[in-house]
Structures are given as structure tokens and as C-alpha cells.
Design a protein around this ligand. Structure first.
Ligand SMILES: Nc1ncnc2c1ncn2[C@@H]1O[C@H](COP(=O)(O)OP(=O)(O)OP(=O)(O)O)[C@@H](O)[C@H]1O
Ligand SMILES: O=C(O)c1ccc[n+]([C@@H]2O[C@H](COP(=O)([O-])O)[C@@H](O)[C@H]2O)c1
Length: 206
């Protein structure tokens, strides 16, 4: 489903919506695994894949936005998956801005921010990260090799008293923020950066 379709879909109060932000440059199996894990373990009604125009912490320019959006649409073409260009349309690239916008506009909807363990490791460097944590619950999905380091990271320690056991993950979307959980799941050792290097090598060889 595209974001255009989403706009005409009624966002009902009480709906549980996972926000899964990423560059997806390119989209890969690990991303699908994160979305499926969050959908099932949190009992979500929807996952919105938020294709980021430009991660503010990545120096290199990502691939063409429209191409990435289209690739995510093809990969995430499954029930309850929605692909969104909302950041590009709003002209924003900070998660705190998105969280503020969505929670204000849809106060009755239960949004959850979804990210991999590597993102938790650097979360304390995101702009207004405390605001994000206070606007919506967060679900972190394990990723090699970050499992232990992520749970000992600055943000994880600062938010430790708000952590919910993964056995209670179903309660996360309707919990008041700050609240977060760490979902241990099968590890997918795949990264966009590795795929970009392989694709460059293949292009050079041909
Ligand atoms: N294999 C994976 N396992 C768990 N989480 C992942 C995995 N790949 C990506 N993620 C998570 O998905 C989100 C989007 O990731 P992103 O699009 O940056 O992919 P990436 O593979 O990390 O890219 P890059 O290698 O360019 O940094 C982030 O929250 C990231 O932590
Ligand atoms: O808001 C920030 O300061 C911030 C800093 C780094 C990353 N993010 C978000 O984290 C998500 C994952 O980014 P990426 O590039 O690692 O896929 C994506 O939605 C980014 O906008 C956000």
C-alpha cells in the first residue's frame, strides 16, 4: 500500500502503527525480517516504512529517493505493510520532528518507533532523542554484532527503568512513553553498505 492509499484509509483511534524509518539503500532481507518481527511480536495493525530522504548522520548521499521508495514498495508488498514518503513530503529528516508531527496529528493512534540494535547504540546522538523517547514507545530488534553493546549504550542505560521485558512486547504499543523493549530475534547478518560494495564490484568487473 502506498502512502497515498494510507491517507484515504481511516487511521482509527487505538490503532497500533509501527514506524520503521530507514535509508533502505538498498532494501534487503534484514529489513524485511525487522518489519515482520515487529509486526508479529508487538501485535501491530500496520508497519509504515518511512523512507528517509537523507540520514542526517550519513555523510554520503543515498541512492535516488524515488528509486529507493519504489524498491521498498516492491519488497514490502504484503498485508499490513505501508510504504511512506512522508518525510520527503514534509521536508524533514529528523525523527523527533516526525514523532512530534504524527503524535500531534493523530493523538489516539498508538505509534511505536522501530529500529535495529545498531541504531540504539548511536541513539543518544540523534537530535532530541529524549523527545523521541517521550513521544512514543520504541522497539529495538537485535542485529549482529551489536546485541550486548547496544544494551549497554548511553540511551539504553538512561532509559533502563522504562524497559519492558520482551515477553510483554504485546503491551508496548498501548503503553505510555517512555517505554521500550529489546526483541531478541534470529540474527540477519546483512547490511546495505555491504550490498553497495558488492554491486560496485560487479559493475566494475562487467
Ligand atoms: N540485518 C539487520 N538486522 C536488524 N536490523 C537491521 C538490519 N539491517 C538494518 N536494520 C535496521 O533497519 C533500519 C534501517 O537500516 P538501514 O536502511 O540504514 O540499513 P543498513 O543495512 O543498516 O544500511 P547501511 O549498511 O548503509 O548502514 C535501522 O534501524 C537498522 O538498525
Ligand atoms: O533524527 C535524527 O537525528 C536521526 C539520526 C540518525 C538516523 N535517524 C533515522 O533513523 C532511521 C534509520 O536511518 P538509516 O539511514 O540508518 O537507515 C531513519 O529513519 C533516519 O531518519 C534519525
Amino acid at each position: 500500500m502506498s502512502f497515498g492509499a494510507l491517507r484515504s484509509e481511516l487511521l482509527k483511534p487505538g490503532m497500533k502503527v509501527g514506524l520503521y524509518g530507514g535509508s533502505f539503500d538498498p532494501v534487503h532481507e534484514g529489513h524485511l525480517h525487522v518489519a515482520d518481527t515487529a509486526l508479529t511480536r508487538l501485535g501491530l495493525d500496520r508497519i509504515w516504512w518511512i523512507v528517509s530522504p537523507q540520514n542526517p548522520h550519513k555523510a554520503h548521499a543515498p541512492g535516488d529517493f524515488r528509486d529507493r521508495l519504489q524498491a521498498v514498495r516492491s519488497a514490502a508488498n504484503a498485508p499490513r505493510m505501508v510504504v511512506s514518503d512522508i518525510e520527503a513530503r514534509l521536508g524533514i529528516n529528523r525523527t523527533a520532528q516526525l514523532a512530534t508531527y504524527l503524535t500531534r496529528r493523530h493523538p489516539g493512534v498508538n505509534f511505536v518507533w522501530i529500529m535495529g540494535a545498531d541504531a540504539l547504540r548511536s541513539f543518544h546522538r540523534w537530535q532530541d532523542w529524549q523527545t523521541i523517547a517521550h513521544k512514543m514507545p520504541i522497539a529495538v530488534v537485535s542485529r549482529p554484532p551489536d546485541a550486548l553493546r547496544a544494551r549497554l549504550s548511553r540511551a539504553a542505560v538512561a532509559l533502563s527503568r522504562y524497559r519492558l521485558s520482551q515477553h510483554q512486547a504485546h503491551a508496548l504499543p498501548s503503553s505510555s512513553a517512555p517505554r521500550w523493549t529489546y526483541l531478541t530475534a534470529p540474527l540477519y547478518d546483512v547490511a546495505s553498505s555491504t550490498l553497495r560494495v558488492s554491486s560496485r564490484r560487479a559493475t566494475t568487473r562487467n
